[in-house]
Design a protein around this ligand. Sequence first.
Ligand SMILES: Cc1cc2nc3c(=O)[nH]c(=O)nc-3n(C[C@H](O)[C@H](O)[C@H](O)COP(=O)(O)O)c2cc1C
Length: 234
Amino acid sequence: MTMDYDALYKLTHGLYVLGARDGEKFAGSIVDAVMQVANKPWVIAVSCTNSSYTKECITKDKEFSLSVLSKKVAPFVVANFGFQSGRNVNKWEKVDYCVVDRLPYLKDNLATLHCKVLQEVVFESNTMFIAEVLSCANNQDEEALTYNDYRTYFKKDVLKSFEEMKKGGETAMTDNEVKEKDVKEVQKSEKNDGKHWVCTVCEYVYDEDVPFEELPDDWTCPVCGVDKSLFVLK
Ligand SMILES: Cc1cc2nc3c(=O)[nH]c(=O)nc-3n(C[C@H](O)[C@H](O)[C@H](O)COP(=O)(O)O)c2cc1C
C-alpha cells in the first residue's frame, strides 16, 4: 500500500474562522478540518494544531465560535487568521467583527455556529474537539469557500496579502515559524561562519534550511548529480 499524501487533499472541506476567548482577549484562526458528526444532538468535530493559540484557548474555555467563509471573502482575512499567531497580535481588531454570547464572529459570514466542547481527542499533532452546537445562524446564500478553492486559485491572493502585511511591518508568521526560522538562521551562520557549501564541479551553492552536515550520505548535487564529498566550504 502506497502513502501518497496528496490523496488527503481530495477530502474536501470548507474554510472557517474559528473564534475563542482568552479572559478579556479573543483568539482566532483559519480552520478547514470541520465536519458535522451527529444531528441528535447537533454535534460537529473541529481539528486544531496543538501549537495553535486558538486551540489552547478552547481547551481552557470549552467554547468556540465558527464563521463560515464565502467565495467572496477578502484574501486578507485568510492571511490574517491563518498565517500569524494570536500570541503576537490581536487578529480580530483588523477585521469587522461582532461579539455574541462572549465570542467573536466575522461580520462577513455565510453562517455562524456557537459550540460547546463535549470531548477532546488528542493526537501527537492535533486535537480534535467534539462539540455540541448551542446555536447557529444562516446569514447569506453566497457559495461557501472550499479548501480546494484555496489550493487551486485563492492561495496566491492570500500570499500576496501576506506579503503586504509583512511590508506593513507586522509579523505574519506563527510563533513556531518565527522561532524555527530564527534558530535555523543562527545555526547556519554560527556553524559556517558566513560561508557556503559549494559544488566543486558545477559551482552550485547549497542554501537550504537543512544544515549541509545533516544531509544524508546519498544526497547528491541537484544540478550536476555528484555526491557530498565534492562540496567545499567557501
Ligand atoms: C487554508 C488554511 C487551512 C488551515 N486549516 C487549519 C485547521 O484545520 N486546523 C488548524 O488548527 N489550523 C489550520 N490552519 C492553520 C492556522 O490557521 C494557523 O496555524 C494560525 O496561524 C493559528 O493561529 P493561532 O496560533 O492564533 O491559533 C489553516 C491555515 C490555512 C491558511
